[in-house]
Design a protein around this ligand. Structure first.
Ligand code: AMP
Length: 214
């Protein structure tokens, strides 16, 4: 099954898509994680993407499309995959359709994580991530056992450069202008499922699993 996770920054796409990936035993492909990895390595893609990411803007479509094209053709994607944070523009959505069309495939479900925009700023400002393994925490909603230390691997937790309030505003604006229209694209295809993304993490996962079965 090919599933897209869609929603505003801070709607929980990363957290929920990882949980659904485990539940369905299909890989979760996050363009944000791939780009952060490239920045960490300091490779060509990372160098090109860093400035856009740090300022909260979207990385140009061509860079993202190259990344996805290569990734979905790998062996572990044969039984399906979850796309987290892609497509984020109409161009990316149309290119994904054509890429899958050439393989006789299509996006089967698009999970739209619906959240009050007022809530996402608090979610993102309080987010802390492990600099090593990428596990996510929240200063009040999901604090680590030991302050500033990852429960999973013991490395230091950091705040993402783009999780500062002024960057969050830029990300929300680019979501509104560039990403929100992608919802209409998938609504037209009849593959969009709405899930209320507020409440307890486990409950939201259950809602998503039900929506995917329906
Ligand atoms: P995320 O981890 O999904 O919040 O992504 C972090 C940042 O990576 C975004 O703010 C963008 O700068 C960049 N990015 C991730 N995915 C995409 C995409 N599909 N298109 C353009 N930029 C992206």
């Amino acid at each position: 099954m090919k599933i897209v996770f869609f929603g505003a920054p801070g709607s929980g796409k990363g957290t929920q898509s990882k949980r659904i990936s485990k539940a369905l035993s299909i890989p979760q492909l996050s363009t944000g994680d791939m780009l952060r990895e490239a920045v960490k390595k300091g490779n060509d893609l990372g160098k090109k993407a860093k400035g856009f990411m740090d300022s909260g803007n979207l990385v140009p479509d061509e860079l993202i499309l190259g990344l996805i094209r290569e990734r979905v053709l790998r062996e572990d994607c044969k039984a399906g995959y979850i796309l987290d944070g892609f497509p984020r523009t109409l161009t990316q959505a149309v290119e994904l359709d054509s890429m899958l069309g050439q393989l006789g495939e299509q996006v089967e479900k698009v999970v739209y994580l619906d959240i009050d925009p007022e809530k996402v700023v608090a979610r993102l400002v309080g987010r802390r991530v492990c600099g090593e393994c990428g596990e996510e925490f929240h200063v009040t909603n999901r604090p680590p056992v030991q302050k500033g230390i990852c429960d999973k691997c013991g490395a230091a937790l950091v705040q993402r450069e783009d999780d500062q309030e002024e960057k969050i505003r830029v990300r929300l604006e680019s979501y509104k202008l560039q990403t929100a229209p992608v919802e209409g694209h998938y609504r037209g295809q009849g593959v969009l499922v709405h899930v209320m993304a507020e409440g307890e993490i486990g409950q939201i996962t259950q809602r998503i699993l039900e929506a995917l079965r329906g």
